[in-house]
Design a protein. Structure first.
Lengths: 417, 196
């Protein structure tokens, strides 16, 4: 049964009325359940408004905007050497992807090609980052369905992967690894051997977890057929990343268009069901695929310099990278020499959280709706952006007047503090 | 016979270790590349200010930087430091240590210098006093002294130490070249402004 929500005008206080599209009758609601902004199940502040009839979820609405940090504004006027460190602080889990996307964008405005060895090492750390991000995403899902054993096991394995990242880059999360023209420091054979040794154990673990997720009756009961994202949803909400690949859209993988992956013979994985379980399994599949890619990178690592000096010409650039959660976009304007003039970031969680409004209604229980939310691998802090809207004209401002409004806002806030 | 874990707690040292959470001790084995807080060797510092310029903290409005220049050298504020290691990368004399980063980074970001130290070979007597006082090992003496301009930090200690007046000079870089670059830059800016 299709349902739609009445417009904002019909409900000035934001109350939810659910109307059946076919009959035109209002669907009775027993309760409205707000989840958040501060709630034990949410790692980051976000409000999910659920309308329920008994235990069945009838309607869902997502409100964002509790965690805006203004990183795009702070980044304006920074040289790339400093802005790269700020870029990786956009997200606390997939930080390397942000660093890589920013540096890749700067390199596209530069004269000359970056060092091939540097590009391979960059992808090596990116794949390690993807494994740890997928493991924490699955752990968060298992925690939301109260399967704490799998939560602890996944987090434990993630620690081993973080050890690998620390071995290579010197830090566990905020790596500071990429620079324009390559990577910061070279790796040694010993380091790569130690990483491969650790990854052998990680591979065994991940295979075991995938087997458990496929066969465990309790996990199956809570996950199979819950929160199904169809291809129609993928088209309508622009779902990206493993969430889209679990619904049978392997073309959504941006790695197909990135430089190093074709040389490694990369093919994206996908599953067809599109439910919670498929999303969990696709993440495990991608972990195993990343381990394969890392082994291949170590085999085919080109010799030579790891960093080249490039001259940055500046200009407007739009760069995309496949972050662990999906397609990440940096739309930047740079001056000559690499000072950021303007930057707009779109993180993959923006479309991925929005699709919850479509798939949470129909969930059999409230707990299932929360599990659906956790299975989307949401990252709230990185997707908080703001737009300035001219209310008289009803249009979004981009340049000129928007700058003035932002300057005025920063002046008033600094005056208060 | 006590179990192992109880035995560790019941000894004097073990009990202290349990109670005292703030004592400096090694908790985990860190890899050699681990980026800890920068360790600054003030004896080697030449107070050039490159590290404070490079620090990415404090770029936003109303936010103080993590590394500030004091009278004797950089002052680190640990509560704001993000351990990026840029200060160690840019230090011209290697006075800052962040793991093994300073040794491993191949290309150092050399700040553009406004002047250059030049030795007059006719006047130089090859006494080697300048080599002794140079903080960045930029001077080599072989009959006469010669200066490596990339390592030189323009501290002028060699000029003060030199016994022969005028043998070592501080020469500003080509003024005409600088003027030409600035005119080009201004022209470009004007052209962009006219285009909108």
């Amino acid at each position: 049964m299709e349902r739609r929500r009445e417009g904002r005008d019909a409900s000035p206080r934001g109350n939810v009325r659910v109307v059946d599209v076919e009959t035109g009758e209002e669907v009775p609601i027993s309760h409205k359940v707000p989840v958040g902004p501060n709630h034990p199940i949410l790692k980051e502040p976000l409000r999910i408004k659920l309308a329920v009839r008994g235990e069945e979820v009838v309607d869902c609405k997502v409100e964002m905007g509790y965690c805006h940090r203004g990183i795009e504004r702070i980044m304006e006027g920074m040289p790339w050497q400093k802005a790269a460190f700020l870029a990786e602080r956009v997200c606390g889990i997939c930080s390397h992807a942000h660093n890589m996307c920013f540096i890749g964008g700067v390199e596209r405005t530069a004269e000359g090609e970056p060092a091939p060895r540097g590009l391979f090492l960059r992808v090596l750390v990116q794949e390690l980052d993807r494994i740890q991000s997928h493991l924490i995403a699955n752990a968060a899902y298992f925690y939301s369905i109260e399967h704490e054993t799998m939560f602890v096991w996944n987090m434990n394995t993630r620690e081993r992967v973080l050890d690998c990242i620390e071995e290579i880059t010197g830090n566990r999360i905020l790596t500071g690894w990429n620079v324009v023209g390559g990577v910061r420091v070279d790796v040694t054979e010993d380091q790569l051997e130690r990483v491969l040794e650790t990854l052998e154990k990680v591979e065994e673990d991940v295979k075991a977890y995938r087997r458990i997720a496929q066969t465990d009756p309790l996990i199956k009961l809570r996950s199979r057929g819950v929160g199904v994202i169809t291809k129609e949803h993928v088209r309508r909400y622009r779902v990206v990343g493993p969430q889209a690949r679990a619904s049978g859209v392997p073309e959504s993988d941006m790695r197909l268009q990135e430089p190093v992956y074709p040389e490694l013979g990369f093919k994206p994985v996908s599953r067809k069901r599109g439910d919670n379980l498929a999303r969990i399994l696709v993440r495990y599949d991608e972990c195993l695929q990343s381990i394969d890619l890392i082994e291949r990178i170590v085999d085919e690592l080109p010799e030579g310099e790891h960093r080249r000096e490039l001259e940055i010409r500046g200009g407007h650039v739009d760069h995309r990278v496949e972050a662990p959660r999906g397609e990440l976009v940096y739309d930047m304007e740079l001056t000559q020499g690499g000072v950021v003039r303007r930057v707009t970031i779109r993180t993959p969680s923006v479309p991925n959280i929005r699709v919850l409004e479509a798939i949470a209604p129909g969930a059999p229980t409230i707990a299932d709706a929360v599990a659906v939310y956790a299975s989307l691998d949401p990252c709230v802090a990185c997707n908080e952006r703001f737009v300035i809207v001219d209310r008289d004209r009803g249009e979004i401002l981009y340049e000129g007047r928007a700058r003035e409004v932002m300057r005025e806002c920063s002046r008033t806030t600094s005056g208060r503090s | 016979m006590l179990p192992d874990y109880l035995g560790q707690i019941l000894t004097r040292k073990g009990g202290k270790r349990l109670l005292d959470a703030h004592s400096p001790r090694r908790i985990l084995d860190r890899p050699p590349r681990f980026r800890d807080f920068p360790r600054i060797d003030l004896d080697r510092c030449v107070v050039c200010g490159a590290c404070a310029d490079a620090c990415p903290v404090g770029e936003a409005e109303n936010q103080p930087p993590a590394l500030e220049m004091g009278d004797r050298g950089p002052v680190l504020h640990r509560e704001r430091c993000i351990r990026c290691g840029l200060c160690a990368e840019v230090c011209p004399v290697g006075a800052i240590e962040v793991g093994t980063l300073a040794e491993e980074v191949k290309e150092r970001v050399v700040p553009s210098k406004p002047a250059r130290v030049v030795v007059d070979r006719d006047l130089c007597v090859g006494c080697g006093r300048c080599q002794e006082v140079c903080p960045s090992d930029a001077i080599e003496v072989d009959e006469t002294a010669s200066v490596d301009p990339e390592r030189c930090v323009l501290c002028e200690r060699c000029i003060q130490a030199c016994p022969v007046a005028g043998a070592i000079k501080l020469i500003p870089l080509d003024v005409e070249e600088l003027a030409r670059r600035w005119t080009e830059h201004l022209k470009e800016a004007l052209r962009r402004a006219r285009e909108g």
